[in-house]
Design a protein around this ligand. Structure first.
Ligand code: DP6
Length: 360
């Protein structure tokens, strides 16, 4: 499938005022996307678990405008209050997708959005937010062109979401998604995320992800800036090659259910991501002292108990603690007793692997 397939082709019906609503989840990458080319094309493939509890709910109200227009017209409300801060990112998103969504300038939009997790928690709201908005736009396209299929809508929603925020393209479906062309993943593409359809061991069913909120403040370096620092990075080419190999290894692990190997690869990916940041010019560190405290505690507890607790990190200080359902009681007890103390105001989010976005 090429980008041209996403250029809409339907009669220019004008819809009456209406609204569509989607809830779309966040996701956590096991093999990370870090580094991109022009037009949000990833330098390497990535694979993620879709989450269940961490979601953005977006209602898109559309109202036809009279005449022809050169600019977009929209208002954004976040948790019921008008929000100007989100507008530039959405304006950029609209500019990037306008050729694929030709009705964008024909309507005035009211975007009412809210998260199930605290906005200032430092967890990726761009993935859930951009995917929810992309899905709303696809629902409008479906009203204009009822012939389009759900498969096409999901694919194009992922394609559009990618142009808002790369990792957002992995939030449309679940429970495991691959984004980026990889020779061993059928149908994989740099243009959109695809549901992982290879064999997956039952141990990954209901897999838990407890997100420890170490630092809820604004990151000092945004992901977009961080990605750009991979251009001319001394280790970039080896990292991209390693990520491709790690997807192959992850495929074997997901099939076998070898949790020791799973944890080793997931933790190595997290630390490699942060090592790339530390080796960038200019260098930067997003982990905080409590990030390292938690990592050390997890390693100690794992060595003592043999339980399959592991961590991964996003581009931030928070720690995602991953573990299988059948060990959840003991691991939750450990998290409550030993790790919550390192969270800002004791805050953490209990989440688990989920099955993608839902229209409300
Ligand atoms: C570290 O998707 O936030 O979470 O495309 O610039 O919006 P933009 O970046 P973003 O990058 C996320 C990177 C990551 C790893 C991952 O999710 O694969």
């Amino acid at each position: 499938m090429i980008e041209l397939n996403f250029i809409s082709n339907y009669s220019p019906t004008i819809l009456k005022k209406g609204k569509v609503t989607w809830a779309s989840p966040s996701n956590i990458a096991l093999v990370k996307y870090w580094g991109k080319k022009e037009n949000q094309i990833p330098e390497n493939p990535s694979i993620s678990f879709t989450l269940e509890a961490c979601k953005t709910e977006t209602e898109l109200v559309f109202e036809p405008r009279n005449g022809t227009h050169d600019s977009f017209s929209f208002e954004v409300f976040f948790e019921g209050e008008k929000n100007e801060a989100f507008k530039p990112k959405i304006e950029t998103f609209f500019k990037r997708i306008k050729d694929y969504v030709p009705f964008l300038k024909q309507y005035h939009f009211i975007i009412n959005t809210s998260n199930t997790f605290p906005h200032s928690s430092g967890i990726a709201s761009s993935a859930s937010g951009m995917s929810a908005l992309a899905l709303c736009l696809m629902s409008v396209e479906k009203l204009l062109n009822p012939k389009i299929t759900t498969t096409y809508c999901n694919k194009k929603a992922s394609f559009l979401a990618r142009l808002g925020s790369g990792s957002a393209c992995r939030s449309i479906e679940g429970d495991i998604v691959v984004w980026g062309q990889h020779s061993e993943i059928e149908g994989s593409s740099d243009l959109f995320g695809v549901k992982y359809t290879e064999e997956v061991h039952s141990v990954f069913k209901n897999y838990h992800d407890t997100i420890l909120l170490v630092d809820k403040g604004e990151k000092q370096v945004s992901s977009t800036v961080g990605h750009n620092l991979m251009h001319n990075h001394p280790f970039a080419q080896n990292r991209f090659k390693q990520a491709v190999e790690n997807i192959t290894t992850m495929k074997t692990i997901l099939k076998s259910g070898d949790l020791k190997a799973f944890i080793a690869l997931m933790e190595s990916e997290a630390l490699t991501l942060h090592a790339m940041m530390m080796a960038s010019t200019p260098y930067f560190i997003l982990m905080k002292p409590n990030t390292l405290e938690i990592i050390n505690k997890i390693w100690e507890f794992r060595a003592e108990t043999g339980l399959n607790i592991g961590f991964t990190l996003d581009a931030g200080a928070n720690v995602h603690v991953l573990f299988p359902e059948n060990e959840a009681v003991k691991i939750n007890e450990f998290i409550n007793k030993e790790l919550v103390a390192y969270c800002q105001n004791g805050h953490y989010i209990c989440d688990q692997i989920g099955f993608g976005a839902k229209q409300l």
